[in-house]
Design a protein around this ligand. Structure first.
Ligand SMILES: Cc1cc2nc3c(=O)[nH]c(=O)nc-3n(C[C@H](O)[C@H](O)[C@H](O)COP(=O)(O)OP(=O)(O)OC[C@H]3O[C@@H](n4cnc5c(N)ncnc54)[C@H](O)[C@@H]3O)c2cc1C
Length: 426
């Protein structure tokens, strides 16, 4: 995803992993295609359960969404507990709510337990409300999570203003389970501990074909090498291509763009997000923002689907930044980058198992740091035990979205329409 116009601020830690080259014809228990958070978390936990694991990535570890994202670690799904219980029934719904509640813990516990060199602040996430309707939704969400003992609370307008330092919010919802990390450091450190647990990781190995011969998977790589495995997990998310027929047509990939200011002067840093929380706006085309460990304000939101060609492609985010923080109008934007997220029509991640021993996970919905970390552990448990109760989401058939090729056009039109509605509500 790196282009002349993609320059993230995130850093790899000093102690880099040692990645191995691949030996032709090698045989492992589990081959994982894709070395982002999903692939690496699955690999780490599978190795700890005793499986021999090989991760293959088409590029460098962290080059996908996992190394480019906003680093907001937010528990939960798009849907609140009552909706999940209603749609999945009491048993699976309850398990899903508990899983959703645990996803941020999965990240921060790994950082703590494995002593990962990952800059982080765990002081919560604010869902800031800019309309009465958004405030009502926040109140409803607060009631549901509060009833489950989660460390959450509603903020009035003054509290939201004090915590964000931003203009224009009627209030908000603070979820203290959440936090912020450096996502590239996290992905790199996941690779390091996975390697230490026995996982073999090979970069620049694009898988071009998967074939099953008498219960053994042959994984064919672009450079002609071949690997054999008892099971394969496809963890390619928004980069999913044609390896499994129809899979790419089950997701709508969208671009998320980000900007980072220069490190803020201390007088501004003291008033903007003084407690270090992450924020997501309630607008239809939301922006999300946080401070980085080196004191920049990092703000992200949807971007155009064509590859960016100039800094002007990030101008809408610069306008959003100044709308929220007029005092930042003179502070330079030093970095601009973007990445790809995978959306599904029902806004839930999908687990597929089109053939025995072949699993695919797609649909991070732009909130995959915690989700994919926690899901990786469950996928590893399922692979080792065969017990489907390990999986928080049911395994579903691959259902390509009708008229998929036209979906992008529809998404672009919807985004333009939502931007207009957001502007009218200002
Ligand atoms: C700009 C941006 C901001 C975001 N902000 C947040 C946020 O603040 N909080 C949050 O929770 N989530 C956020 N997300 C979403 C989050 O980053 C993703 O949900 C998560 O990283 C997905 O991880 P993954 O491992 O599934 O996929 P990826 O990290 O995309 O990894 C997929 C990997 O598969 C590899 N691959 C693809 N095809 C092949 C092949 N044929 N052979 C071998 N390898 C292959 C790719 O090279 C890539 O490394 C954001 C995403 C973006 C892009």
């Amino acid at each position: 995803m790196a282009t002349a116009f993609s320059d993230p601020i995130w850093r790899r830690p000093q102690a880099a992993s040692t990645f191995q080259s691949l030996s032709n014809g090698e045989r492992v228990d589990l081959a994982i295609v894709g070395g982002g958070i999903m692939g690496l978390s699955t690999a780490l936990h599978a190795a700890r359960l005793g499986l021999s694991v090989q991760v293959l990535d088409a590029g460098e570890i962290g080059q996908g969404a996992s190394g480019l994202n906003g680093g907001q670690v937010i528990p939960g799904l798009k849907y609140d507990p009552e909706w999940l219980l209603e749609h999945f029934g009491p048993e699976r719904g309850e398990a899903l709510v508990n899983f959703a509640a645990s996803t941020a813990d999965a990240v921060f516990e790994l950082i703590r337990d494995e002593n990962l060199a990952v800059p982080f602040v765990r002081n919560g996430w604010i869902q800031a409300a800019h309309t009465e309707a958004a405030l009502k939704a926040a109140t409803n969400r607060d009631r549901q999570w509060h009833a489950r003992g989660a460390d959450v609370r509603l903020l009035n307008a003054a509290e939201a203003a004090a915590r964000t330092g931003a203009q224009g919010y009627l209030g908000g919802w603070l979820d203290r389970r959440a936090g912020v990390i450096d996502p590239l450091a996290y992905t790199s450190e996941l690779a390091r501990v996975a390697t230490a647990a026995g996982v073999r990781i090979a970069e620049r190995q694009r898988v071009v074909r998967l074939a099953n011969a008498a219960g053994v998977w042959r994984i064919l790589i672009e450079n002609g090498l071949e690997l054999q495995a008892k099971a394969v997990v496809l963890a390619t998310n928004a980069c999913t291509d044609g390896l499994i027929p129809g899979l790419a047509q089950t997701i709508v990939p969208l671009h998320s763009f980000q900007i980072a200011t220069a490190p803020l002067p201390s007088n501004l840093a003291a008033t903007i997000l003084p407690e270090g929380q992450a924020v997501s706006d309630s607008r239809r085309i939301l922006v999300y923002y946080r401070k980085s460990a080196d004191g920049r304000l990092v703000l992200g939101g949807r971007g155009r689907m064509a590859l960016p060609t100039s800094a002007g492609d990030w101008a809408h985010l610069e306008r959003a930044l100044v709308r929220l923080y007029p005092s930042l109008s003179g502070v330079p934007i030093e970095k601009r980058w973007f990445g790809r997220v995978a959306m599904t029509p029902d806004h839930l991640p999908h687990i597929h198992e089109p053939e025995k021993g072949l699993l695919a996970v797609v649909g991070c919905q732009g909130r995959g740091v915690g989700l994919m970390t926690a899901l990786g552990e469950r996928i590893a448990g399922y692979l080792q035990s065969g017990d489907a109760r390990q999986l928080p989401f049911p395994v579903s058939p691959i259902r390509p979205i009708p008229f998929h090729a036209f979906r992008q056009v529809g998404v672009a039109a919807t985004i333009a329409w939502y931007r207009l509605l957001d502007a009218l509500e200002r």
